[in-house]
Design a protein around this ligand. Structure first.
Ligand code: ADP
Ligand code: MG
Length: 532
């Protein structure tokens, strides 16, 4: 599974496998030093404690294994932890870290408001890999993007707040560089010693990042001996820091990437049955492909939020002024037909909360979804729908939830989302596997204080959806399979740049965006992959 099978439309470049005799190492034999592709300048120099530098390749001893956390006797997290690596990818468990300079891609694309981090889940999720690398004696050069600066320096999108948060979490000072590249950065990287780390400034300040420019990737790659990709949330992007650098360095996945892939592939491949998917949120567009894929896997599909409104229209109801997508009605109809053909039960809301306006303090009432008034907005599910969901979930052993059931940002319309969060927590406590994806859904769980009860919270928005659709994630495909020789370089996919497409476009000067709202961030995550 998850083999790096190549879709026919992705060109293969640089099928470079250098240095190796092509044979897997016998167990216990020391891995050899990484050999550098001929086109890569040997800019790396190991700084010895005495201050002298050496470029002599070292013979590396056997990797020190990272123990998996002991599975708890009971509790909802045991499922994910008991699994043997499902990613099939070479993970940092195989990496001998001592003295290595690791170029680590993380996803610190966190929601900010007034320069403050609103939700640090993604930073927390990267900590196990960072700690494992530092404890293993590596020096770590971390890279991430934040928001959409479109190849320009945007002060509001600097990574300093993320560095400060990481410093608090790992209790090690995390310096940031003023730029991902440059003389100062080269120097800071060269001075790093084992057990030290630094965070490169937002890689998307350089246009070469999203374009996956080989020259930009090569310069980033010069900062490491090996590349570790732990940015699951950005794995659906074929960018320089997620894919491009792997052309120059032996590549590994981090512990978060491994855990995400395990949790999500377990859902797709061996869910305990019955298996239910709950899909809510604002829009069907962007979720059609995942809904189609899930219909083939689940026993029950529960719909809520604006997504349910479009399905209500598809099943012949009128939804008044409620958010729905007229262009998606045919897709919704097709999905309902597919469900019917496959004997999958679909639960649509039978009642809803309708409001005069989608604002706080507005007038609202509960009505049947058969009689939704023409000039009102459906903003939450009603009590009968909530009871129906509770009952339908009673026998369910596996739950995948993406998208809130109503406009949960307004407390009066957060009732169904809150109730579902409670049910999900009860189910997880009772031993069901509960996986939740989506920034807003996880925010709702955090508000209620039940987030930690879930089996797995996926840090990837768009990446989780694409994974569940069964698509190849470029940031994962780029890492060789487990047990590959140390020197193995991956086969790199390069995203075809569409003429006039996003990557190619010359942009007008963008206004600085000092504030990223969580929802805006999610929109970016959920947008379809430019790879297509
Ligand atoms: P996630 O981030 O969990 O993937 P989405 O981004 O898909 O979720 O959707 C979250 C958004 O959907 C929220 O901003 C919420 O207000 C909105 N939403 C949910 N239900 C409705 C509804 N009935 N009408 C309008 N917006 C809705
Ligand atoms: Mg969202």
């Amino acid at each position: 599974m998850l083999a790096s099978s190549r879709p026919a439309n992705r060109p293969q470049v640089k099928p470079t496998i250098t240095g190796s005799n092509g044979q897997p190492r016998p167990t216990g034999a020391p891995p050899t030093a990484p050999s550098r592709p001929a086109n890569r300048p040997n800019v790396k120099a190991t700084v010895k404690p005495g201050g002298t530098t050496s470029t002599t390749p070292q013979v590396r001893p056997v990797p020190r294994p990272i123990p998996r956390p002991a599975p708890p006797q009971t509790g909802p997290r045991r499922m994910a932890q008991e699994l043997i690596s499902a990613s099939g990818k070479r993970t940092i468990r195989e990496l001998h870290m001592q003295g290595q300079r690791v170029l680590l891609r993380v996803d610190f694309n966190v929601p900010l408001s007034d320069g403050k981090i609103v939700d640090d889940s993604r930073i927390r999720a990267a900590v196990p890999t960072i700690k494992a690398l530092l404890d293993g004696g590596a020096s770590v050069v971390i890279m991430s993007h934040l928001g959409r600066p479109d190849g320009r320096v945007v002060d509001g999108l600097r990574l300093r707040p993320a560095a400060e948060r990481l410093t608090q979490l790992i209790r090690v000072n995390v310096p940031t560089t003023g730029d991902a590249l440059g003389v100062g950065t080269d120097d800071a990287v060269r001075r790093l010693r084992p057990g030290e780390l630094l965070l490169l400034e937002n890689v998307r300040f350089h246009a070469g990042e999203e374009r996956n420019d080989p020259a930009f990737a090569e310069r980033l790659a010069s900062y490491g001996d090996v590349f570790v990709n732990d940015a699951f949330g950005a794995a659906h992007r074929a960018h320089a820091s997620t894919v491009g650098v792997a052309a120059y360095l032996p590549s590994y996945v981090g512990l978060l990437m491994e855990q995400e892939v395990e949790a999500l592939s377990n859902l797709l491949e061996k869910p305990a049955r019955p298996f239910a998917a709950i899909v809510g949120g604002g829009k069907v567009s962007g979720k059609v492909a995942v809904l189609e894929a899930l219909i083939k896997k689940v026993d029950l599909l529960i719909l809520g939020g604006g997504v349910a409104n479009t399905f209500l229209v598809a099943s012949g109801r009128s939804v008044g002024k409620s958010l729905y997508e007229s262009k998606m009605v045919d897709d919704a109809r097709r999905i309902l037909k597919l469900a019917q053909d496959r004997g999958v039960r679909v639960l649509l809301p039978v009642d809803g909360v309708v409001a005069k306006e989608v604002t706080r303090g507005t007038e609202f009432k509960v009505v049947s979804t058969d009689k939704l008034p023409a000039s009102w907005h459906m903003v939450d599910l009603g009590p009968a729908s909530i009871t129906a969901i509770r009952e339908a979930l009673a026998p369910i052993k596996t739950i995948l939830w993406n998208g809130p059931l109503g406009v949960f940002e307004i407390p009066s319309f957060a009732v169904a989302t809150r109730e579902l969060a409670k049910v999900a927590a009860e189910k997880a406590d009772a031993g069901a596997t509960v996986v939740v994806g989506g920034g807003d859904s996880i925010a709702a769980l955090r508000q209620l204080g039940v987030a930690e009860k879930m089996t797995h919270l996926s840090t990837g928005g768009g990446a989780s959806l694409e994974f569940l659709e069964g698509r190849d994630l470029p940031g994962l495909a780029v890492v060789p399979t487990a047990g590959s020789p140390y020197e193995t370089l991956p086969i790199i996919y390069v995203s075809p740049v569409k003429p006039g497409g996003k990557a190619a476009a010359k942009r007008a000067p963008a206004k600085p965006k000092p504030i990223i709202k969580p929802s805006a961030l999610d929109d970016e995550d959920d947008e379809s992959d430019t790879l297509a």
